[in-house]
Ligand binder design. Structure first.
Ligand SMILES: [Zn+2]
Ligand SMILES: [Zn+2]
Length: 274
């Protein structure tokens, strides 16, 4: 098969445009479906799982979509750079699923997610240093109450920090291209779930899965309080470094409904970070 030279201007721009369509399509499909299902079609069904009862600020969703489109441009460029690295043989991406054994397919996904968790937890804490926060992370936190469209709403600096992780990892960790695609889908769906502001994990998972895997309760508390709950997919770093919001276990595992429990946790002072 003849593969075009992706370093040429024509092919690098075409590939970036192609990635932009795929990435924005995925964003609108996942965030849009969750928004319609939880906020438009069946809001009553989820009313007692809604974490913040205040309405969204006027124009918030539109602003989030604008920042998300800009983030998607950066993710698309990162995608093209990844393909060029692959073409120049700098990555460990492979195509034969039997190359490392079938067991390695899920293993590589887990290794990637644990590494991603560690990377994100620590850069997220760094982004909350006030001088860094103002430049890099404030845009994301302008959404005091998260929505599905907050999922990609980042300042370009933050989008860049997020985008470089995949190509760098692919230079050191062998991954089948199918596992990479699956990881990209997981990343988008989990970001939308975490920003939904409606707890969708079943009640009977509160003491197991819901305790270790981040969902809306965990991340809404981060948007409310700033100084807790920095994790991405899993709670273990927050538990280990004692940065889990004091009210999280009650909100997630306590008696009563999630919203009532979450509302007992105060918002961060509004002037904490300006
Ligand atoms: Zn967030
Ligand atoms: Zn943050």
């Amino acid at each position: 098969m003849n593969i075009p030279d992706f370093t040429s201007v024509y092919w690098s721009i075409s590939l970036t445009a192609f990635f932009f369509l795929i990435i924005t399509g995925r964003y609108f499909l996942v965030a849009g479906t969750f928004y319609l299902a939880f906020y438009v079609w069946f809001p009553d069904k989820w009313a007692n799982r809604k974490i913040n009862k205040k309405p969204y600020k006027k124009g918030q969703l539109k602003t989030e979509v604008k920042w998300s489109l800009l983030s998607s441009v950066i993710f698309s460029v990162a995608g093209t750079i990844t393909v060029i690295l692959w073409q120049k043989d700098y990555t460990k991406v492979y195509t034969d699923p039997h190359l490392y054994g079938l067991w390695y397919l899920p293993a590589s996904l887990i290794i990637f997610m644990l590494a991603h968790e560690t990377y994100y937890y620590w850069i997220h804490r760094w982004m909350h240093i006030p001088s860094v926060y103002r430049v890099v992370h404030k845009i994301h936190h302008n959404s005091k109450i998260a929505s599905p469209f907050t999922a990609f709403s980042f300042h370009p600096w933050e989008a860049l920090l997020q985008a470089i992780f995949l190509p760098v990892m692919l230079m050191v960790l062998p991954m089948h291209y199918f596992v990479i695609l699956l990881q990209l889908i997981i990343m988008t769906v989990s970001s939308v779930i975490n920003h939904l502001d409606i707890e969708i994990y079943p009640k009977n998972s509160r003491n197991t899965f819901g305790k270790w895997v981040i969902g809306a309760t965990h991340h809404s508390l981060h948007h409310k309080q700033f100084k807790y709950n920095f994790g991405l997919y899993f709670t273990f770093w927050d538990r280990l470094k004692k940065t889990e919001a004091p009210g999280f276990t009650d909100a997630m595992c306590g008696k009563g409904n999630t919203r009532k429990a979450s509302l007992t946790i105060p918002d961060a002072p509004l002037d904490e970070f300006k």
